[in-house]
Write a protein that binds this ligand. Sequence first.
Ligand SMILES: [Zn+2]
Ligand SMILES: [Zn+2]
Length: 179
Amino acid sequence: MKLDLRPLLAGERLLDIDYELTVDTDGEDTADFLYGVSFPSPMKVKGDITNTAGYMRMRLDATIDYHTMCARCLKALDGSFTFSLEKTVAPKEVLSDLDEDKLDDYAIIEDGFLDIDEHLLMELETEFPLRFLCREDCKGLCQKCGKDLNEGECDCPKKEIDPRLAPLQRLLDEMNNKK
Ligand SMILES: [Zn+2]
Ligand SMILES: [Zn+2]
């Protein structure tokens, strides 16, 4: 959403923010920054921008429901993710002398308006967990027979790996650790 900050720039002291932001998902209903996650409903955003003698500060709280799966056993998981965001708000002209890397701390007003969606999406992308587990000690699926090992051991041999397949096994282990 583009917020009209002209009243604040003219001396108003408070702007309340309360809206919903739909997070775009790609064709497969998956957030494009994260494989296997979808957001069934819009992000709920609440907060305000305060103006203290020309110093503007934005504080936002956001909540979004997600649908994903356990990284080990692939069980479906639903939950709700909450984060908050704080930035100093300033007009572009004021920030023109600032170093590029310091600009991250700011939300920039352009021609009296501030687009807060990009800040929220960037924060979501940064803060959202890379993977979820159904429980801390989820045992996952057997890589051979696919059995859910949380429900008990399977009959596959555990230790012996054909030496010719060892490199493949290492690769699989690495991939699993990266998830
Ligand atoms: Zn699991
Ligand atoms: Zn098995």
